[in-house]
Design a protein around this ligand. Structure first.
Ligand SMILES: O=P(O)(O)O[C@H]1O[C@H](CO)[C@@H](O)[C@H]1O
Ligand SMILES: [Mn+2]
Ligand SMILES: [Mn+2]
Length: 398
């Protein structure tokens, strides 16, 4: 049976979603467009990276073969394919819950692309309960841009910045020391209660530091207040069977702590990868390590930073041999993603895309998996591997 290691490269879509048009994302292809940009010399940045994308390990595991960018020239050592999303949203919880066997088949609540974006009654309730002097923002925005624009005013006035996106989110940015981190968390917990009736997926605390617009920087103390998944996930099934589930990075928040034995965090993909390797020492056969690598999305996809995304992919790729060296007979490792965030698209939002499916381990025979119609097949495959009861939504590919 071995262990299972599930890795989500946050936002690393591979294009080709059948329903891309419904999301305004026709042609979006995070991987394909980064690959093409790098090939054309458009993903160079002095001191960071240059030239064509070099992902030898992901290529060997089948990423290029799965996505039509390799026609048999390079040997492949993993099982490779792609998967489409059935959840109605292209957000992080929908993607992760579907990966864990529970697609989101209901509609989230969303805030309109108007100014103000939030209902006045909602803001009034939050202001009353938290005793803040009011809010700033109140619109759709990119998190880094709105802090640059309104951060100084927020520090001076004590008013936190409220903003949203095409995801079902209420994000609150405030200064970590001037406003206070714990106070921001309390405010988000209050906001969480008030957005429940609106069916909002997440409230996100976005603390930042720095003394002026030029130096403001968001910190790793981000915290997501997610609603719990609508039914038991793979994680709940594992914990109910007495297994250990170690959540790396955002996973604990995304599942609202449900079906998780232990949370380990890290600031950035490298630290998260280390935390994941460390967790492997503390799990036994039948246990699950579930990791999210957030930098791809937060630092590069939403920022439409092609060179940065390419460099982050290359850095992640370079870490993979270390993981492979620690895998034991019987272990199952899977790399996938939760949605796209094509850095060559306009705006700053996620993009509806298929995701890669790279399955490997000492006993995994290489070969194609084809295209899977739901991310839930991933969770069901892990369940089958760990000899857990099957769920209702997907089919194991093992
Ligand atoms: O622009 P930032 O604050 O990074 O926001 C992004 O992060 C949110 C959660 O992943 C998304 O909804 C998107 O809007
Ligand atoms: Mn995500
Ligand atoms: Mn995102």
């Amino acid at each position: 049976m071995g262990r299972a290691i599930l890795m989500v490269m946050d936002s690393f879509g591979v294009g080709g979603a059948r329903d891309a048009e419904a999301f305004g994302d026709v042609g979006a292809d995070t991987f394909g467009h980064i690959l093409a940009a790098a090939e054309a010399g458009n993903a160079d940045r002095t001191g960071l990276r240059a030239g064509p994308l070099a992902l030898p390990n992901l290529r060997r595991l089948g990423l290029y073969r799965a996505t039509g960018h390799d026609h048999g020239e390079a040997p492949v050592t993993g099982r490779y394919g792609t998967a489409g999303e059935t959840s109605r949203g292209k957000d992080t919880p929908s993607g992760h819950w579907e990966i864990a066997g529970v697609p989101v088949l209901f509609d989230w609540g969303y805030f309109p692309r108007t100014i103000p974006a939030f209902p006045a009654s909602l803001i009034q309730q939050i202001v009353d309960d938290s005793a803040i002097p009011g809010i700033l923002g109140d619109r759709h925005a990119s998190g880094t841009e709105i802090i640059e624009e309104l951060g100084e005013e927020s520090v001076a006035s004590g008013r936190p910045i409220f903003y949203t996106s095409t995801d079902s989110v209420l994000q609150i940015a405030a200064h970590e020391t001037h406003f206070g981190l714990e106070r921001l968390y309390e405010l988000c917990a209050i906001a969480r209660r008030h957005v429940d009736p609106l069916n909002i997926g997440r409230v996100i605390a976005r603390p930042f530091i720095g003394e002026d617009a030029a130096s403001f920087r968001r910190t790793a103390n981000r915290r997501d207040y997610s609603v719990p998944p609508p039914e038991p996930t793979l994680l709940d099934r594992a914990v109910a069977a007495g297994r250990k589930v170690i959540a790396i990075g955002k996973i604990g928040d995304i599942f609202a702590g449900q079906g998780i034995s232990e949370v380990r965090k890290g600031d950035g993909n490298d630290a998260l990868f280390d935390a994941m390797l460390g967790a492997l020492d503390d799990v036994a056969d039948g246990d699950l390590v579930f990791a999210n690598f957030v930098d791809f999305d937060m630092l590069h996809g939403h920022r439409r930073d092609v060179a940065g995304y390419a460099a982050a992919l290359e850095a992640f790729d370079a870490l993979l041999p270390e993981l492979e060296a620690r895998l034991q007979p019987g272990d199952l490792a899977i790399i996938t993603a939760d949605h796209g965030c094509d850095p060559t698209c306009t705006g700053s939002d996620h993009t509806r895309e298929n995701v890669p499916l790279l399955v490997f381990g000492p006993d995994v025979a290489p070969g194609p998996l084809g295209h899977r119609d739901t991310f839930a097949d991933i969770g069901e495959s892990v369940a089958a591997h760990l000899k857990l009861p099957a769920g209702r939504h997907g089919t194991s590919f093992l």
